[in-house]
Design a protein around this ligand. Structure first.
Ligand code: SD4
Length: 307
């Protein structure tokens, strides 16, 4: 029996995590372990200023993190939002997914659950992130709201050799966000969704706009109805970007990834986007994607793990 497996994750920063997830899956490990390991690698790296340790703070200089986990077999979900001083928010989210109720916690309550549960606590603000924040404050003195940048969520989707799927996300959200602001990443159906019988999807970009279309659920819904992952991504994302432009008047960055129960992948984006994937005959590799301007997506290989 040569069941397939696959893992896909948002942004180039997920490359080494994707390689690790690939090893887990190739060795017969589960989709949940694969996405958690992938995301923990990105959370641990201080160089990545949009996830976990080293993530950029809110406008008061406090790092508030959002993360989620979903099991595609049981549909169990766990999430945290605005959690502070926790080393690995994704692991807290996964732990919460074991609960029938009280599985999505915010702020102090999320922090207390993590501390009481023995999760590693840490000061998540690096000197580098503090300096970036201070520079931005100076740059906007007396001015309007600070511009947003450096806000790349890691989203990961895996299919394991037993046919199970999982999704997970982790982010520090928008740099200079208001205290208490929550993005799409911990919200089921917007930032992520996984159903082992239909497929899985995850998002990165301006959460407020991703939420308007519940885009991760929308993509999974289309796969359930028979679309392949690329078709599902293209048809869910590009018309919606136009809808927002027309009805709301503007649209932020939106990028989605997807995988289906036979290991096919899909991506749609309205920016220059990078993502990583690994599958049995392909080592972890980085690809770039961009809209082709005709309702579809253009791809390029950037590099592979072995380069
Ligand atoms: C949020 N979706 O908090 C996240 C940020 C992000 O690329 O992914 N930016 O809205």
């Amino acid at each position: 029996d040569t069941r397939t497996w696959g893992v896909i994750a948002t942004w180039q920063m997920a490359l080494s995590g994707t390689a690790q997830a690939g090893e887990i899956l190739n060795g017969g490990g589960g989709a949940g372990d694969a996405v958690e390991a992938l995301i923990r690698q990105v959370e641990a790296c201080p160089e990545y200023t949009s996830v976990g340790y080293g993530g950029l703070p809110n406008r008061e200089g406090v790092v508030e993190l959002d993360a989620a986990y979903m099991d595609g077999d049981s549909l169990a979900q766990g999430a945290v939002a605005g959690i502070r001083q926790v080393r690995h928010p994704v692991s807290v989210a996964r732990s919460l997914s074991a609960r029938h109720a009280n599985s999505f916690l915010v702020g102090d309550g999320a922090g207390r659950y993590a501390r009481d549960g023995g999760f590693e606590m840490a000061d998540m603000l690096t000197d580098r992130a503090r300096n970036t924040w201070q520079d931005r404050l100076k740059g906007t003195e007396g001015g309007a709201a600070a511009p947003y940048d450096g806000h790349d969520t890691v989203g990961a989707l895996a299919l394991d050799g037993a046919g199970s799927m999982a999704a997970a996300t982790s982010t520090s959200g928008l740099f200079m966000k208001d205290p208490g602001r929550v993005g799409d990443s911990p919200l089921p159906g917007s930032g992520f969704y996984a159903d082992s019988q239909a497929g899985a999807a995850a998002a990165t970009g301006l959460g407020e706009d991703i939420m308007k279309g519940c885009l991760s659920y929308e993509i999974v819904r289309r796969m359930r109805e028979g679309a392949d992952p690329q078709e599902a991504c293209d048809r869910a994302v590009y018309p919606f970007v136009e809808t927002l432009r027309r009805r709301y008047g503007k649209v932020g960055e939106i990028s989605l990834i997807a995988i289906d129960p036979v290991g096919r992948f899909g991506v749609a984006t309205n920016v220059d986007f990078t993502f990583c994937l690994a599958e049995p005959d392909r080592p972890a590799s980085v690809f770039s994607a961009a809209p082709d301007g005709q309702g579809g997506t253009r791809f390029q290989t950037v590099r592979s793990d072995s380069d």
